[in-house]
Design a binder for this molecule. Structure first.
Ligand code: ADP
Ligand code: ZN
Length: 526
């Protein structure tokens, strides 16, 4: 900043106005900035779009020395550096793609003390070269962006973040900030403990996105259900997430055939094709982008009207982040998901077959169950979702499916006992499909082969339809009364808590399954 206008006292609000042209701070930005300008540490837990970048950029400009921003996203780094340069801020990035000359220029600027902001990857910070480079440089602050990456509880654990705890000893007295849009209590505690931020001030804002309507339906005819949903959003743009590349391609093609303009996006496409489809999505008014989770990071399209999930997301955090891409402009938007037991089984299999250690697998299982709990709740979805992030919400939001159309529940203790007994009697060796065959008295080759059709439990559940039993098993799983053993081909097993149900010490209410819902659902078939 060489303009004499800017060499005046570096007061945060003056910097905000003169450099960025914004009249005022938003929400808790000012409190964060003041904490760090005064030399304190900070943990900043703001949802996406709340304005975390200014929280470290402004103090970097106010304090003497260079602000060091640690970020894992090279593309985002590049964008920010470009934007800052346009504002007249002297910013640079050091990452694996930097040329020798650029590296030399950065080093000279550091030594001359003319750099305002330096973006670096966590890998680089861990090198001895970084310490040596910064040894005689005045540092305004360290900002650790995407700080949830330090935690195995986050959805994006990166081991190189673990080394960042050394900053405190290597550069004593330099304020440190951790910033993230992921704020469930486990991740929060992990960030504070792993990065040694016990004395930091913690800043949070509500994670509620009141303009997003949440709806989660049971998947029975996914294409028809998706079409009904998309027909409520004619003329608008949105994202449909699928788990596999093949499903992305098939779904996108099929939607075009149904008269819904659609393009695919996944990591199996060429870079040019992906970029072209992303650009089209950013520009077009009416386009349904069918994508894997490869799409979305750093995308800033304000008028995304809907986000649909045809498969269960990876975790509650992932669900929150993916659905959070809807309605950035504050206008009413919808987050819709269709899911079934098969998702839960498949996801569980992925966890068990993964190469991760037992500790990580345990975390993964707990995350899957947390997500299932939100899918199967009979209460307000928003309340359940926010509770996951440690935020109390009174419920009854009036803007989720369970609030808009309260879920009927039914006294299900007897049904639960039958469902549990069917698992027990067949030896805890079978998945839901077979056990439901036994319960409903459906003679198959397998019931015959295992002699299950001559058991007392065979046909004991004829009074309820197969769909209801599927729902019962999903809810028993969400309640922690059974588990699915993926080592044993998805066999359902009883948990210790099931005993209380058998003994009539615990009563059970189930939510009624409502396969087809929707405000203005017009169904062509069925
Ligand atoms: P986050 O990193 O929390 O997702 P960003 O830092 O990218 O959010 O900010 C989101 C948008 O809000 C950006 O376009 C930014 O310029 C804008 N913004 C942030 N703070 C303010 C403010 N005080 N006044 C006006 N616009 C702001
Ligand atoms: Zn609600």
């Amino acid at each position: 900043l060489t303009d004499p206008l800017f060499t005046a006292p570096s007061e945060p609000l003056a910097v905000l106005k003169s450099v960025y042209g914004y009249p005022a701070f938003r929400g808790k930005q000012q409190a964060v900035v003041e904490q760090v300008v005064a030399g304190g540490d900070a943990v900043v837990l703001f949802p996406t779009g709340a304005g975390k970048s200014l929280c470290y950029q402004v103090p970097s400009l106010c304090r003497p020395g260079v602000g060091v921003v640690i970020s894992p996203l090279i593309a985002l780094m590049r964008d920010q550096v470009e934007a800052l340069k346009q504002l007249g801020v002297n910013a640079a990035a050091l990452n694996s793609s930097i040329s020798r000359e650029d590296y030399g220029a950065v080093r000279r600027a550091l030594d001359a003390g003319t750099l305002d902001l330096l973006y670096v990857t966590p890998e680089r910070v861990a090198t001895p070269g970084f310490r040596e480079m910064m040894a005689n440089v005045e540092i305004a602050l360290f900002a650790i962006d995407e700080a949830h990456c330090v935690s195995q509880w986050g959805h994006d654990f990166r081991p190189e973040y673990r080394a960042l705890d050394a900053l405190r000893e290597t550069f004593p007295g330099v304020p440190r900030m951790a910033l993230t849009a992921t704020a469930d209590p486990h991740t929060r505690e992990d960030i504070i403990a792993r990065l040694g931020l016990e004395d930091a001030a913690v800043f949070t804002t509500s994670f509620d996105r009141p303009n997003i309507t949440y709806e989660i339906v049971e998947r029975d005819q996914p294409r028809r259900q998706l079409l009904e949903f998309l027909n409520r959003h004619k003329g608008a743009s949105g994202i449909v997430y699928c788990l596999s590349r093949a499903k992305v391609d098939e779904t996108s093609e099929w939607l075009n055939g149904q008269g819904i303009p659609s393009l695919p996006y996944h990591a199996g496409m060429t870079r040019e094709d992906r970029d072209a489809n992303q650009d089209a999505f950013l520009k077009e008014e009416e386009l349904c982008l069918v994508a894997t989770v490869a799409f979305g990071m750093g995308i800033d399209k304000p008028n995304v009207r809907y986000v649909a999930h045809l498969d269960l997301p990876g975790s509650v955090e992932a669900y929150y982040q993916e659905t959070g891409r809807a309605g950035r402009d504050g206008l009413p938007s919808e987050a819709w998901m269709a899911y079934g037991m098969a998702d839960v089984v498949q996801r569980g299999k992925m966890i068990e077959r993964g190469t991760a250690g037992e500790e990580i697998k345990r975390v993964e299982r707990a995350k899957l169950n947390a997500l299932l709990g939100i899918c199967e709740t009979a209460g307000c979805r928003r309340q359940a979702l926010l509770a996951h992030f440690g935020e109390a919400h009174p419920g009854g939001c009036g803007n989720c499916d369970t609030c808009l159309k309260p879920v009927d529940t039914w006294e299900g203790t007897e049904a639960a006992i039958k469902a549990l007994a069917a698992i027990y009697r067949t030896g805890e060796r079978f998945g839901a499909g077979h056990v439901i065959d036994v319960l409903t008295g459906n003679e198959t080759e397998r019931t015959e082969r295992f002699g299950h059709n001559s058991m007392p439990v065979f046909g004991a559940g004829r009074d309820l339809p197969v769909k209801t039993w599927q729902s019962v098993y999903r809810q028993l799983l969400a309640m922690g009364l059974i588990r699915v053993d993926h080592e044993a081909y998805g066999a359902m097993k009883l948990e210790a808590e099931a005993r209380a149900v058998f003994r009539h010490e615990r009563t059970i209410r189930f939510r009624s399954d409502r396969p087809t819902r929707g405000k203005a659902a017009k169904s062509a078939s069925s």
